[in-house]
Design a binder for this molecule. Structure first.
Ligand SMILES: Nc1nc2c(c(=O)[nH]1)N[C@H]1C(S)=C(S)[C@@H](COP(=O)(O)OP(=O)(O)OC[C@H]3O[C@@H](n4cnc5c(=O)[nH]c(N)nc54)[C@H](O)[C@@H]3O)O[C@H]1N2
Ligand SMILES: Nc1nc2c(c(=O)[nH]1)N[C@H]1C(S)=C(S)[C@@H](COP(=O)(O)OP(=O)(O)OC[C@H]3O[C@@H](n4cnc5c(=O)[nH]c(N)nc54)[C@H](O)[C@@H]3O)O[C@H]1N2
Ligand code: SF4
Ligand SMILES: [Mo]
Length: 712
């Protein structure tokens, strides 16, 4: 935990607080910063964990080094405008005039829907809320969506359909040690939310059994009792196979099903028509007895939890796959009581809050629906506008890129995302962004997307920007600013207020602090499914964080669905679609392997931040492709060789990493590199019809040795 020596740091701006909060994942660990004595003219900072109910004082290596990017000399410190093809320094006056000029002229020439807004799950609740309001009222466009579409949409739509409310975890983190059996499907907690591992270790010390479903023997699988090395893309079949075992073995909770659910009879009928378990085992590439054992362990435990993350969800059937796991939760009555529940482990720092307050295409604040008349009328009353002024639902993130490609959206405003690296099928995205009449990017760094912009607006980082963020368990936390803004950086929300004023809507955006925006957000969320109305900055300062829903009368307890679910009749709903042949994403002679992808411990998403942190960058300097020794031998690839990975969409380059910790028919690459090492040059554009989640995690590919260098 000692501080890194960093010649590249800029420490010109003083700290006024030592307390901050990690900008990376959904645990939102609290950090204590210390400025150490300067030795050898190299400033040193140490970052240590500060106690907090979720992280309990722990920090992972990313949190320990997060200050390195925030203090990096590569931070953008002034606005830039493209002149004669080059991005050059500009004043805020020039940059905001140029940005709002591009937005207004697009709107005048082609209508307000020619403008798109693209947000992110790193934004605070206040900025995310304001971005939604900015799109709908200041710009009058229906086209707004955000990177969380690629992250939470499958679990969110499944949770909404099954339970009537979607919140990442339906239980508190502190309930985990009370579970007797925990199923972790497509989630690599050990690398992605490392400070949560002690909760699982405590469960095991209490005698719990942990089952991991993952095509790779991950660090999380290493801490489990049973690992099912599933073939990518077949989770729906696996979960429905497990349900049949539960029915056969009489391990279902008849009383819970009768009192609290709908639709079990149809599901039972489907089970009768279901393929035999041996066939499920063949499709999933998992031993039949292991599936049976997993079902019996979960079904016979008195308490139990199922958690999913992007392995299950980032599929073209992600919504249905999550619903199959939710069937298991309901059929065994393992929800709404201690030690039980379902959890979609959210990803980004504000992955949870970012999905609740209106930066999603079909959403208004408080998890309200933009197509529901009563919801529109309520939010319009808070915004003091006519409901007709609020546009209708737009389209999902990748569909916005397709609209840009077709010249239907002509000007794009990006705040808090690097879409040119994180979308599937990025060659289309790159072509699309180059066609734009105007691209405006608000970021801390010149990301791969910002490089293409006409106007770049420098924003404050987590260290400088006060605001609330909602962690994976639905706990709202206040992150205070630890130092003033460096250079000319401005807060996201302040940029939106200024731009709105220039666009003629200043009266609707006259906020002077994050807290004043939060107070309007509280009102806008009142009575909604994600109700924040009882949460105030004063309470957040006093308490360690507050769970939603939290109306003015009651406080959230964290444990959901104790008595009723969120649907009008209070019941949860089983799902029983006919099972399709799960081999839809079939490999072929041309593309014989399945490419899946994900994360490593030291890097974060597209790497804009972590590649600028010397300590983190040193841990993993180039993209790699994990492949099984037998596959490597067949393709004449040795450990460390450069390889070319080719799909129908395109190709990328990485260093081969030969390991027996992956299935022989599967290869894996992290998503943290742009340029020619970007895995998304190979991922396909197919979307889940239910939630528009791309099928990131399953792409048929071939892998070839590459004689050249794959360096970016
Ligand atoms: N270190 C680090 N931590 C992070 C992030 C980061 O970039 N770096 N990002 C944050 C964000 S935004 C998110 S969304 C979360 C993501 O957290 P996770 O979803 O846990 O991360 P991934 O590595 O994308 O995927 C998890 C696992 O799914 C497995 N998998 C792949 N295909 C399948 C499949 O078909 N079925 C099953 N069952 N498993 C499969 C992969 O092998 C991988 O181990 O992490 C958050 N935390
Ligand atoms: N193949 C593949 N692709 C994936 C995934 C996968 O598993 N596999 N995962 C998907 C998932 S789960 C996610 S969440 C997306 C994420 O993908 P992106 O949205 O591209 O996420 P980041 O790389 O975090 O980019 C965020 C950008 O916002 C900037 N930023 C950070 N904080 C702030 C802030 O407070 N304000 C502003 N204005 N800017 C800020 C950062 O510097 C960075 O440039 O990627 C998705 N893409
Ligand atoms: S990356 Fe996540 S687990 Fe690691 S310190 Fe930050 S918030 Fe905590
Ligand atoms: Mo994510």
């Amino acid at each position: 935990m000692s501080g890194a020596s960093l010649g590249s740091l800029s420490l010109d701006v003083p700290f006024f607080s030592k307390s901050t909060q990690c900008p990376f994942c959904s645990v939102q660990c609290k950090i204590r910063l210390e400025r150490l004595e300067e030795k050898n003219e190299r400033p040193e900072i140490s970052a240590r964990g500060e106690n907090n109910a979720a992280s309990e004082g722990r920090l992972c290596v990313k949190g320990q080094n997060a200050h390195q990017h925030a203090l990096s000399r590569e931070r953008l410190l002034h606005p830039m405008i493209r002149r004669d093809g080059k991005l050059v320094r500009a004043t805020w006056e020039e940059a905001l005039t140029a940005a709002t000029g591009l937005l207004a002229s697009s709107s005048e020439a082609y209508g307000p829907d020619s403008v798109g807004v693209y947000g992110g799950g790193s934004l605070s609740n206040e900025s995310a809320y304001l971005l939604g309001k900015f799109a709908r009222l200041a710009l009058g466009t229906k086209y707004i969506d955000y990177n969380g579409r690629f992250c939470m949409s499958a679990a969110a739509s499944a949770g909404s359909k099954t339970f009537g409310i979607d919140r990442g975890l339906t239980f508190r983190l502190s309930d985990i040690p009370r579970a007797e059996c925990i199923v972790l499907a497509g989630t690599n907690v050990a690398e992605c939310q490392p400070t949560l591992m002690p909760y699982f270790n405590r469960a095991r010390e209490n005698g719990a059994c942990i089952i991991v479903i993952d095509p790779r023997a991950t660090a999380t699988a290493a801490a489990s009792d049973l690992h099912l090395p599933i073939r990518p893309g077949t989770d729906a079949a696996l979960a429905s196979g497990m349900l049949n075992v539960l029915i056969e073995e009489g391990l279902i909770d008849e009383a819970f099903i009768a009192e609290r659910t709908r639709g079990f009879d149809e599901l039972k009928q489907r089970a009768l028509r279901q393929m035999p378990l041996s066939e499920t085992a063949r499709i999933c590439g998992v031993d039949e007895q292991a599936i049976r054992r997993a079902a019996i362990l979960y079904g016979s435990a008195r308490t139990g939890m199922i958690m999913t993350a992007r392995g299950v969800e980032q599929q073209t059937d992600g919504h249905l796959a999550v619903r199959e796991f939710l069937n298991l939760v309901l059929a065994t009555g393992k929800i709404g009581r201690e030690g039980c529940g379902y959890g979609a482990i959210t990803g980004q720092g504000n992955g949870q809050g970012g999905r609740e307050h209106g930066q999603k295409a079909d959403q208004l604040p408080g998890y309200r629906s933009i197509e529901n008349e009563a919801d529109r009328a309520y939010v319009a009353s808070v915004w003091k506008v006519d409901p007709d002024r609020i546009p209708r639902a737009g389209v999902s993130a990748y569909e916005m890129m397709e609209k840009i490609h077709r010249n239907e959206i002509r000007t794009l405003f990006v705040m808090g995302s690097n879409p040119i690296v994180s979308n599937p099928n990025v060659s289309l995205v790159e072509e699309a962004l180059k066609k734009l009449n105007g691209l405006i990017v608000a970021d801390m760094f010149l990301s791969e997307t910002a490089v293409l912009a006409d106007v770049v607006l420098p924003v404050t980082s987590y260290m400088e920007n006060e605001g609330t963020l909602t962690n994976l368990e639905g706990r709202v936390l206040l992150r205070e600013a630890a130092r003033p803004a460096p250079g000319e950086c401005r807060h996201d929300w302040a940029i939106l207020c200024d731009a709105a004023a220039r666009l003629g809507s200043g009266d609707l955006f006259s906020f002077d602090s994050a807290e004043s925006i939060f107070d309007e957000l509280r009102a806008a969320s009142r009575g909604g499914r994600a109700d924040y109305s009882g949460i105030t900055y004063a309470r957040l300062r006093r308490e360690e964080g507050i769970y939603w829903p939290c109306g003015e009368q009651e406080s959230g307890s964290g444990l959901m669905f104790e008595k009723t679910f969120g649907h009008v009749d209070g019941l949860a709903v089983f799902s029983s679609p006919e099972q399709e042949e799960a081999d839809a994403k079939a490999v072929s002679a041309d593309y014989p392997l399945l490419l899946t992808n994900g994360r490593v411990l030291a890097h974060y998403l597209t790497g804009v931040q972590t590649h600028r942190s010397p300590t983190l960058e040193a841990r993993e300097v180039a993209n790699f492709l994990e492949l099984h020794p037998a596959a490597a031998k067949k393709m004449k690839i040795r450990d460390g060789d450069w390889v070319q990975v080719v799909s129908e969409a395109g190709e990328f380059y990485a260093r081969g990493r030969v390991t027996d910790k992956i299935r022989e028919d599967t290869v894996f690459a992290p998503m943290h590199w742009g340029g020619i090492q970007n895995v998304n040059r190979a991922t396909l554009p197919d979307l889940d019809p239910n939630c528009k989640m791309p099928g990131f995690k399953t792409t048929p590919v071939r892998v070839l040795p590459y004689a050249g260098s794959g360096q970016r």
